[in-house]
Design a protein around this ligand. Structure first.
Ligand SMILES: Nc1nc2c(ncn2[C@@H]2O[C@H](COP(=O)(O)OP(=O)(O)OP(=O)(O)O)[C@@H](O)[C@H]2O)c(=O)[nH]1
Length: 410
């Protein structure tokens, strides 16, 4: 069995490799071929593009346009209708020209299109690609498994690229594609432009899937800054799902201690863009201090409650008077609290580790939380919780996954 942690083949600079791109119609194959070529070209490779998509009128023009812009040699034909012939001619020509990365773009197809699958198989047979990359749109969702499996059954898919990660989709389907093809995700597309292309990194991907912001960076900071003996208590509180005003207060305190506040804030789920827009760190720091002054005028009961109804009009007026702020300021602070409480409620259910069990915690929490956000059908395809856990381990290095939620205890 292929190890999903590594692509089936990794091209080497200076040695000719043929990489074939396959995927559903409109998944972003043609765009991704050029991005892939451009990425390698910038790193000193000599890539070339072959357009074996004779199905979609305009595909060759699109590839030609992109390739010209990036100054990458290309091959294709307006007249020839046999993709196998074009692919073979293109690959041969670029082999002669000593290109070390020959990329073959094929036409998009759906699993029902038997003839197109046969054609794709023939292109693969004739060009003998070293690596076949399955390109999928991040919004495909549950259909990813069946589609990816259909491709895998016809050609030896060895890696996955997920496109359109700049959109709203979380990309959960990528897990299904990985499970179906037993191949890892190697890159993600993050926009229509040539350089909007990134090496796949499991941590931000999982964070996005969980809708959590960059928890790993945040937990790293917690470990750095929150005194060791207070860490379990904080995690315990968060796991109970009671994000109280007192927790917010303590976190503000921690944040103010943490040094370059901008950097810390940018890692916190929910904190970065709204509470602290870039370039306005000083202002945000003042805002936090203002919030804390208002909280100083609250009763213990108010600080320890996660029920905002406790804060009625007269209490709000009292807090405003006590802190020398306006009612509107207090309302704003409470709104901020509600917003953060909503985000942080996702920590609910977190299993608290005994000392030295942090890594187990991180693993459990990943899979557990992930299983909540994935559609049940998708979870089933992946092989339930166990399958998900395995997949996550395989997608990232074990070390990465342990570090994800502050685990990875030495
Ligand atoms: N926002 C965004 N758009 C993308 C991305 N990748 C591709 N696209 C867009 O998606 C659309 C389809 O991309 P193509 O590259 O033409 O797709 P294809 O898979 O080659 O299409 P077929 O040849 O019909 O199979 C185009 O409008 C691309 O600009 C991405 O990462 N982000």
């Amino acid at each position: 069995m292929l190890d999903p942690g590594k692509p089936s083949f990794t091209p080497k600079k200076g040695k000719t490799s043929v990489v074939m791109f396959v995927g559903l119609q409109g998944s972003g194959k043609t765009t991704t071929c050029t991005k892939y070529a451009y990425y390698h070209q910038k790193k000193g490779w000599k890539p070339a593009l072959v357009c074996a998509d004779t199905f979609r009128a305009g595909a060759f023009d699109q590839l030609k346009q992109n390739a010209t812009k990036a100054k990458i040699p290309f091959y294709g034909s307006y007249m020839e209708s046999d993709p196998v012939k074009i692919a073979v001619e293109g690959v041969e020509r670029f082999k002669k020209e000593n290109c070390d990365l020959i990329i073959v773009d094929t036409s998009g197809r759906h699993k029902q299109e038997v003839a197109l699958f046969e054609e794709m198989r023939q292109v693969a047979e004739a060009t003998k690609p070293d690596l076949v990359i399955f390109v999928m749109d991040s919004s495909i969702g549950q259909a990813a498994f069946d589609q990816a499996q259909a491709f895998k059954q016809s050609v030896a898919v060895g890696a996955v690229i997920v496109t359109k990660m700049d959109g709203h989709a979380k990309g959960g389907g990528a897990l299904s594609a990985v499970a179906a093809t037993k191949s890892p995700v190697i890159f993600i597309g993050t926009g229509e432009h040539m350089d909007e292309f990134e090496v796949f990194d499991v941590k931000p991907f999982v964070s996005r899937l969980l809708g959590m912001g960059d928890w790993s960076g945040f937990m790293d900071k917690i470990h750095e800054v929150v005194p060791m003996d207070q860490q379990p208590e904080l995690l315990q509180k968060l796991s109970e799902g009671n994000f109280t005003l007192r927790i917010m207060y303590e976190q503000f305190q921690n944040l103010l201690k943490m040094g370059p506040i901008g950097q810390v804030f940018s890692m916190l789920p929910g904190f970065s863009s709204e509470l602290m827009p870039k370039g306005r760190e000083k202002e945000s720091q003042a805002k936090i201090k203002r919030y804390m002054t208002m909280m100083d005028s609250m009763t213990n009961e108010e600080l320890d409650s996660s029920n905002p109804k406790l804060m009625n009009e007269s209490r709000i007026m009292r807090i405003a008077r006590g802190s020398g702020r306006s009612v509107r300021d207090v309302m704003e602070m409470l709104e901020e609290y509600k917003r953060l409480a909503k985000i942080w409620s996702k920590m609910k259910g977190l299993k608290i580790p005994k000392k030295g069990e942090m890594s187990a915690l991180s693993r459990n929490m990943n899979a557990q939380h992930m299983s909540k956000v994935l559609p049940p059908q998708m979870l089933k395809q992946i092989g339930g919780m166990g399958g998900l856990q395995n997949l996550m381990k395989q997608m990232g290095s074990a070390k990465d996954m342990m570090g994800m939620f502050g685990g990875g205890d030495k």
